[in-house]
Write a protein that binds this ligand. Structure first.
Ligand code: AGP
Length: 624
């Protein structure tokens, strides 16, 4: 829910930290701060209740002198309201130990009680501040003669006190700490919150995710739960919390910082909507043919033989990822496999009821969503195998699943998920096709046709994106509406839910996605004259019934926008049409969602909402 950065090197430390925080603001942005050790080995600390730009201005008024080590933080409040006092970094009583943290210290109240009892003075309501005071206690217990010892003699003391501090913490944390008496080292540790280090030349970086320092280096090492690192200018050593040295492999991130820039679009969200064709293409690349073969085995560990062993599929996810799971349910059912899709936070009691030969498919763009991780752990303890579909290399979900299929969408910065959703669909279509072919549900001819249809999707997505201007016009006609309805049927029902979620989260208006067949069972009562109703009605089995539902809605005054293709356009009678390229019925969700994303974007634009960082939301919800 927050973003942390750390730096040690010869660049201007506050610049590097603040630059990194800007790239992490999507993780939380109600307050932020930096702390560096200056040339006099004093701590320079600046914090604001607001965004990183405000912090940058504050630092510029009275810059730090000669600093080359420090930490930074951008916050999404979990304990204590957004305020300067509650903003990180937090210090101990001496003001020489400083810490930044992402996560929740579950035992902070017990620790705080003991620390207060031994005379510590707290300045914030946060759980994080406990870490700084605990460290102060550990240093004291090591009888540190700070003044008498050279800084390099203090390094093992700093390390040992930090290790003991981390050992006392329960809960989730990615934390980084600096001690003004030992400015040649930043210490960092990870438990249940993402943490990555960047390897530079004569400098090194720490962050919650790689986008914070991609402009400086693409060589990175992800820490696992229970690992800590001593980060110096000339190298990084990794240890377990028990102090055992660990050797770690660096990976090279293919993303460069321009990928995460807006690339000329007004918002990350619009840029990412336009990256969807590439996201699908990259996710399918080299993984489709021969369908039903072992092409996924090398990368995911999921062999065709294993696919024959599962006859139940259980999707688990949250939000948009859950909607992808609902499409997946329809797809697998279409291939004759029993499939369910559950919202992760509602799944727990079901874990023990799953059939033995169930494959759980956990979908998560960030791979850090606490609800999803919790449900996955429940499923695994019930004996299920888990396939993770995620967009984040090295995320926690990737290390808690049996099989991992990465979507290759590149960084998704906009809080409202778009290309990650299409990447998730591409991955699901890929897996479903392999399952169906491996189990003989698709004959060799049908499998070839399925693969051909799937490989057409990137081009059809591009053609759909060319409708942007027409869709923007339709959206502008409804930019004053406060209520929206989205309806569809069967494999496009989840798209109605997704369209409603998109417009809710970036335009802050009320919207509902409904199974069209359900309207007559109650919701049709809410339709008022002129109410915008978006009906997803491509060609297919449901078309006639959809046409009837649209008539019923219009008869009650709804202003209907129909998402159709050239064939269904002839059957449906609406006030406005968005006509998509023709695709096989099974594949239509990969197209029908796009006009709804663009529609939501232009309604939000007209309402002047903060599209990339909508109020109250964070990109990765790492608390339950
Ligand atoms: C979707 O636009 C939202 N950002 C949100 O619903 C998101 O899909 C959900 O929080 C799940 O996130 P994840 O994919 O990272 O697990």
């Amino acid at each position: 829910m927050c973003g942390i950065t750390g730096y040690i090197g010869d660049h201007k430390t506050t610049d590097v930290l603040i630059d990194g925080l800007r790239r992490l603001e999507y993780r939380g942005y109600d307050s932020c701060g930096v702390a560096v050790v200056d040339a006099k080995n004093e701590l320079y600390l600046r914090r604001v209740s607001g965004r990183v730009d405000a912090l940058d201005e504050l630092v510029a008024q009275d810059p730090a002198k000669g600093a080359n080590v420090g930490v930074g933080h951008t916050r999404w409040a979990t304990h204590g309201a957004p305020s300067e006092d509650n903003a990180h970094p937090h210090t101990d009583c001496s003001g020489r130990v400083v810490v930044v943290h992402n996560g929740i210290i579950e035992n902070y109240l017990d620790l705080k009680e003991k620390l207060l009892a031994s005379g510590h003075k707290f300045k914030s309501e946060t759980d994080t501040e406990v870490i700084a005071h605990l460290m102060e206690e550990k240093l004291k217990a090591l009888h540190v003669q700070e003044k008498a010892m050279r800084a390099d003699m203090l390094e093992p003391v700093f390390f040992e006190a930090f290790r003991k501090t981390v050992g006392d913490l329960k809960g989730s944390f990615a934390l980084s700490m600096v001690w003004a008496s030992c400015p040649a080292m930043v210490l960092t540790a990870r438990m249940h919150s993402p943490l990555v280090v960047g390897l530079g030349k004569g400098e090194n970086f720490i962050a919650s995710d790689v986008s914070a320092f991609l402009k400086y280096t693409k060589r990175v090492i992800f820490l696992n739960d229970g690992e800590m690192a001593a980060v110096k200018k000339d190298g990084i050593d990794f240890y377990t919390f028990q102090g055992k040295k660990v050797s770690k492999e660096a990976v090279t991130i293919q993303w460069d910082s321009t990928m995460a820039e807006k690339g000329g679009y007004k918002h990350f969200m619009l840029k990412e909507i336009h990256e969807q064709s590439e996201a699908v293409e990259n996710t399918l690349r080299g993984r489709l043919l021969p369908l039903g073969g072992d092409v996924l085995k090398a990368e995911t560990g999921l062999a065709a033989a294993a696919m024959k062993g599962f006859s139940n599929i259980q999707f688990i996810a949250c939000g948009t990822a859950y909607h992808a799971g609902l499409v997946g349910r329809g797809l697998f059912e279409n291939f004759g496999l029993r499939a369910s899709a559950d919202i992760a936070s509602e799944f727990t009691d079901r874990a023990k009821l799953m059939a033995k030969d169930t494959l759980v498919i956990a979908i998560s763009q960030s791979g850090e969503t606490a609800d999803t991780l919790f449900a996955v752990r429940e499923a695994r303890s019930a004996g299920a195998k888990v396939l993770a579909i995620t967009n984040t290399v090295g995320s926690t979900l990737t290390r808690e699943a049996d099989y991992v299929l990465q979507t290759h969408c590149g960084p998704e910065i906009g809080v409202a998920s778009t290309k990650a959703f299409l990447g998730q669909l591409a991955a699901i279509y890929l897996v479903a096709g392999h399952f169906a072919a491996a189990r003989g549900v698709l004959s060799a001819t049908d499998a070839r046709r399925y693969a051909e249809d799937l490989l057409k999707m990137p081009r059809l997505i591009e053609e759909t994106l060319e409708l942007e201007k027409d869709i923007a016009k339709v959206a502008e006609a409804f930019s004053h509406s406060e209520h929206f309805l989205f309806i569809s049927r069967h494999i496009n029902f989840p798209i109605a839910l997704e369209g409603a979620l998109k417009i809710k989260e970036i335009s802050y208006v009320h919207a509902e996605g409904y199974a069209a067949g359900e309207m007559k069972h109650g919701p049709i009562a809410i339709i008022y004259k002129g109410m915008p109703l978006l009906a997803v009605a491509p060609s297919g089995r449901a078309l006639e019934l959809m046409a009837g539902n649209i008539e019923e809605a219009k008869a009650r005054g709804a202003d209907v926008v129909a998402i159709v293709d050239a064939v269904s356009r002839k059957t449906v009678k609406a006030s406005r049409y968005i006509t998509l390229p023709q695709a096989g019925e099974l594949f239509t969700p990969m197209l029908t969602v796009i006009p709804l994303q663009i529609f939501a974007y232009y309604v939000a634009l007209a309402k002047k909402c903060d599209i990339d960082k909508p109020r109250n939301l964070a990109k990765s919800v790492t608390v339950r």
